[in-house]
Design a protein around this ligand. Structure first.
Ligand SMILES: NC(=O)c1ccc[n+]([C@@H]2O[C@H](COP(=O)([O-])OP(=O)(O)OC[C@H]3O[C@@H](n4cnc5c(N)ncnc54)[C@H](OP(=O)(O)O)[C@@H]3O)[C@@H](O)[C@H]2O)c1
Length: 242
């Protein structure tokens, strides 16, 4: 590999929040970046900020065309080392509005599965690469206020664990990283009702550190590991009354 080799990364869901910051942090770290999302104006704004080394692909991960669109982006970038599935939606939904539950599953479960499969097959064929899923502390245990969101993140983390076992068992030169953020101040949450909130830039910096260290798992910020431990320990008869 020549010394002028430039690493290339795709952030799926880069038009806002953590994804927006991830694209910027990766670009500053020397990556050529590909960015996706549904909002064209936001994609163009981010491209203007990053500059020439930024490839744009409009994409709705809930549509079957997303597969072809990701392939198209990879083709235009010529070769990609890192793919991050960051796209996600989450709703407070204690009234169980089924439309919100289904939309969450379509984005966080079906979209993730479609594009994780594409990324893994691409890296296998290429002989290497790094796939990252942005899960959540929500993956640890269900929650009455947003059942589909918590279940969808549990799916993502469990799927990533399956991929990690697959690459290890088959000795594939692919790294798979499961990122579990706690609260991050983005349009997805109301930060006034949250604790231990970090900024999207802080989250992105820590995620990129975990990627560079080729970690299998990372909590963002790190102290959320403690919350995960508590969530796993609390017995059902207490947890279900909370
Ligand atoms: N904020 C938190 O506290 C927190 C905590 C734990 C985990 N997370 C996870 O972090 C990830 C990023 O969330 P965020 O907080 O940064 O929220 P955000 O600001 O709302 O960003 C969500 C991103 O996902 C994209 N997206 C949503 N639906 C999409 C679709 N159908 N097709 C393509 N892209 C889609 C959005 O792009 P378009 O709207 O342009 O399509 C946007 O770029 C999510 O997976 C979220 O679950 C967030």
């Amino acid at each position: 590999m020549s010394s002028s080799y430039v690493k290339k990364a795709i952030v799926i869901g880069a038009t806002s929040g953590i994804g927006w910051s991830l694209a910027q942090v990766l670009s500053r770290a020397g990556y050529r970046v590909g960015i996706t999302g549904r909002r064209t104006a936001k994609l163009e704004e981010l491209q203007r900020e990053i500059g020439e080394d930024c490839f744009v692909q409009k994409m709705d991960v809930t549509r079957p065309q997303a597969e072809e669109q990701l392939n198209n982006l990879i083709g235009r970038m010529e070769q990609v080392d890192l793919i991050i599935y960051n796209a996600g939606v989450g709703y407070q939904n204690p009234e169980l509005d089924v439309a919100k539950e289904i939309k969450t599953v379509a984005t966080n479960v079906e979209g993730f599965t479609l594009l994780a499969n594409l990324a893994m097959k691409y890296f296998k064929e290429q002989g290497g690469g790094h796939f990252v899923g942005i899960s959540s502390i929500a993956a640890i245990r269900g929650n009455r206020k947003a059942p589909a969101y918590f279940a969808s993140k549990s799916f993502i983390s469990s799927y990533l664990a399956g991929l990690q076992q697959m690459v290890t068992h088959n000795k594939l030169p692919i790294t798979v990283t499961d990122i579990k953020p706690g609260f991050v101040d983005t349009p997805m949450i109301d930060a006034r009702n949250a604790y231990w909130v970090c900024t999207a830039d802080q989250a992105a910096e820590q995620i990129v550190q975990a990627i560079r260290a080729k970690k299998n798992h990372a909590y963002i910020t790190r102290r959320w590991r403690l919350v995960a431990w508590v969530l796993k320990c609390v017995p059902d008869f207490i947890f279900n009354r909370c």
